[in-house]
Design a protein around this ligand. Structure first.
Ligand SMILES: Cc1ncc(COP(=O)(O)O)c(C=O)c1O
Length: 399
């Protein structure tokens, strides 16, 4: 029987035609397609808000480099501490480490896995310069609470919004209450060019600095250097080569008008998962709260981008569940094991197991199931069937 893949991208004829058109133009890299995408993504971020001005958007090679550039643009470096979450991909802390600063990890809320504002408050110290929340699975962290904590201390907020551009909570969207929001267009993301990213900021000076930093720290991009007669350029700071390309942007542009419709489709799939699993796996719904009160499904906060659908297994049984689902031909992933327990970060950050108990429990129990707009009801039924069966076997073993 065929596998139910964990993820399938949605790139099709429109994207292929747009990419072919880009090949026929002069610029393959930082050129007019990138500029058009940046402008349209900025417009998307203020959709439905009459008269609102769009943020500046700067296309980057990926979210990780977007985070590095944003930290550099805010002059974060050695001696600085940035508060962030262990329930994320390693990019978040890698970016902080790459600029020479120290990630200060705090625990997450049991109901959502989002950074816990109370833990952030307790962690603010003399070296803290900013907060880096992650909008896990596509739910916005409590940005109003974080902004209120940040302001009296003059802290910046950079949002890791890798999990979506189409996120909203209490009227707040990525980029509304922060110095910068950073997006990913990695292969499995809702909007994708294989690899790619962008930073949205409302600060024009930060945007200028991001543009320079993504391009070696030089004063002119390729289109400025080669359009018309040659002009000299200068290098004024140490930057990176970390721009989005016109070929990436050509793939991304046709996807923008379909973001909401695809989000709605993923939401329908998530609702169906929730109701089928509640009905079919009652033992799961009746799972007793564990020490840290992590529920078996993440609770909703506002409009999620529904990037990932996760369930939390019984403690100690996640890996057995992964093995059974794999054997049944179901693609799965783990988002995430608490990152302070990974070998390098355990050494670099020296945070022992037990220090961040909610994230650790979630990291030990979580499984992500297939979720994408073209997941058919039949394939979804197969996933639910496999989860039900595996759950039953594991429950029998436990009894
Ligand atoms: C939460 C989070 N942050 C950052 C990243 C890094 O994104 P990119 O691969 O675009 O650098 C990812 C990618 O998977 C992610 O899930």
């Amino acid at each position: 029987m065929s596998r139910v893949e964990f993820y399938r991208h949605q790139l099709g004829d429109e994207e292929a035609a747009s990419w072919r058109r880009a090949i026929g133009t002069l610029f393959l890299t930082l050129g007019p397609q990138v500029a058009a995408f940046e402008q349209q993504l900025g417009g998307f971020l203020v959709r439905g808000r009459a008269g609102a001005s769009a943020p500046h958007v700067v296309g980057t090679s990926c979210c990780t480099m977007g985070l590095v550039l944003a930290l550099r643009a805010l002059d974060v470096g050695p001696g600085d501490e940035v508060i962030t979450t262990p329930m994320t991909f390693v990019s978040t802390t890698n970016a902080i480490l790459h600029v020479g600063a120290k990630p200060k990890l705090v625990d997450v809320e049991p109901a959502t896995g989002l950074i816990d504002p109370a833990a952030v408050r307790a962690a603010i110290g003399p070296s803290t310069v900013g907060i880096l929340p992650v909008h896990l699975y596509g739910q916005l962290a409590d940005m109003r609470a974080l902004r209120a904590l940040a302001d009296p201390h003059g802290l910046f907020i950079i949002e890791d919004s890798a999990h979506g551009v189409e996120i909203e909570r209490d009227g707040v969207r990525p980029g509304d209450l922060s110095q910068a929001a950073v997006f990913s267009f990695y292969a499995t993301k809702n909007l994708t060019s294989g690899d790619g990213g962008a930073v949205a900021t409302r600060d024009a000076r930060v945007a200028d600095r991001l543009r320079r930093l993504r391009n070696h720290g030089v004063t002119k991009g390729a289109a400025d250097r080669h359009g018309g007669s040659y002009q000299h350029w200068d290098m004024v700071e140490l930057g990176y080569k970390a721009n989005l390309t016109d070929l990436d942007a050509a793939l991304l542009l046709p996807q923008l008008p379909h973001i909401e419709e695809k989000r709605a489709r993923r939401e329908a799939i998530v609702r169906r998962y929730e109701s089928l699993l509640r009905e079919r796996v009652p033992v799961m719904a009746g799972a007793p709260p564990t020490v840290n009160a992590v529920p078996w499904m993440v609770e909703r906060r506002g409009q999620s981008s529904h990037h990932l659908f996760t369930v939390h297994t019984w403690p100690g049984e996640r890996d057995a569940m992964l093995a059974r689902l794999g054997a049944a031909g179901i693609g799965t992933a783990v988002n995430y094991r608490a990152i302070h327990l990974l070998t390098y970060l355990a050494e670099a950050l020296a945070i022992p197991r037990g220090a961040l108990p909610v994230a650790e429990e979630m990291g030990d129990r979580t499984i992500s199931l297939p979720l994408y707009p073209t997941l058919s009801p039949g394939d979804q039924d197969r996933v639910v069937e496999a989860v039900t069966q595996a759950w039953g076997e594991l429950a029998a073993r436990r009894a």
